[in-house]
Design a protein around this ligand. Structure first.
Ligand code: ADP
Length: 305
């Protein structure tokens, strides 16, 4: 379904609402106004029916309005699902095609050891890419379960350092591309595996949407009985109008975003996992081209530094 297809249901819905409104007002003017002798001899029962009729009219119009909003939302979700399917197909097919090529070359040409090592290294990257895609889909499928995650004390500082190192390796970044401002141990309550996914998705986005120069600041701050994790980048930024929907399932916003590989699931997963772990996440951006900041607030673990 393309973007224009929202226009038709919107026009039909709004026209219907305007017609219903005109009909309702015209009918009242005819009955109550000076236009005809209709009101002469009306009893209290007639008036009751008239007031009830007017109330039903208002209800019908409100119902129509809600139906239009629901319809537009469903159409948007449908469009996002379509884009998601295209993205999944692309994210699966590209590494698979590459893997097939390397396997065939290895089988047919039996290259020298150095070349073979190089091929195997690239094959490993393809397998990692496939793994990440499958993981994202599986985690997203489970993430919106309402159950609460098991409480455990997680050393956030160590976790952030570990994930940052993984991301540096994955995107071949300089050590200074991701700067951790706090090296003192800060711990939070929450499932270590799930919090790791949160940090990984946020850092991966910060890198992906920062091209060409990656400069990411990570801060861990104890605030009362909470711990705040802030991940800020100097990347492409997010328009104010889009900030409200980036955490939706399959949401991908901005014009440049399609150039980056992605399924529109990363932030949906972040939002759900943070909530499951008793936390909150908010996004901020000064606007397009002015970087983004994601602030995750978690429950501090007792005895945290
Ligand atoms: P994707 O797979 O597209 O990265 P996400 O759910 O992780 O999906 O993010 C949703 C959308 O939010 C992205 O497509 C992008 O438009 C926007 N976004 C997320 N993180 C950032 C960021 N750090 N800077 C700018 N835009 C971002």
């Amino acid at each position: 379904m393309n973007r224009r297809s929202i226009g038709l249901p919107l026009v039909v819905g709004i026209t219907l609402m305007v017609l219903a409104l005109l009909l309702g007002i015209g009918w009242q003017v005819l009955v109550v106004g000076d236009l005809g002798p209709v009101t002469r001899g009306l009893t209290a029962v007639h008036w009751t029916f008239m007031i009830l009729g007017s109330a039903f009219f208002v209800l019908i119009i409100v119902g129509l309005l809600l139906l239009i909003i629901w319809l537009v939302r469903e159409i948007r979700l449908n469009q996002r699902q379509q884009a998601f399917l295209d993205a999944v197909t692309h994210e699966m097919k590209t590494p698979l095609a590459s893997l097939r090529l390397y396997v065939e070359t290895l089988l047919r040409h039996d290259p020298a050891v150095v070349r073979r090592r190089e091929f195997l290294g690239r094959m490993e990257q393809d397998v990692e890419r496939l793994e990440r895609t499958v993981d994202q889909v599986l985690i997203a499928a489970r993430a919106d379960a309402r159950a609460k995650a098991p409480d455990e004390v997680t050393d956030l500082t160590a976790l952030v350092e570990e994930v940052a190192e993984e991301i540096r390796r994955l995107f071949t970044l300089e050590p200074g591309a991701i700067v951790l401002s706090r090296r003192r141990a800060v711990s939070a309550l929450g499932d270590r595996g799930e919090l790791g996914v949160v940090v990984r998705n946020l850092l991966e986005n910060a890198v992906k949407y920062s091209a060409p120069e990656v400069q990411i600041y990570v801060d861990l701050e104890p605030v009362g009985d909470r711990v705040e994790l802030v991940i800020a980048d100097r990347g492409i930024g997010i328009a104010a109008a889009d900030l409200g929907r980036i955490f939706d399932r399959f949401a991908r916003v901005g014009r440049d975003v399609q150039r980056q590989a992605g399924l529109g699931l990363g932030l949906f997963i972040v939002w759900n996992l943070v909530r499951r772990n008793g936390g909150k996440v908010v996004a901020r951006s000064e606007g397009l081209g002015r970087g983004s900041e994601f602030r995750v607030s978690l429950r501090a673990a007792e005895g945290a530094a």
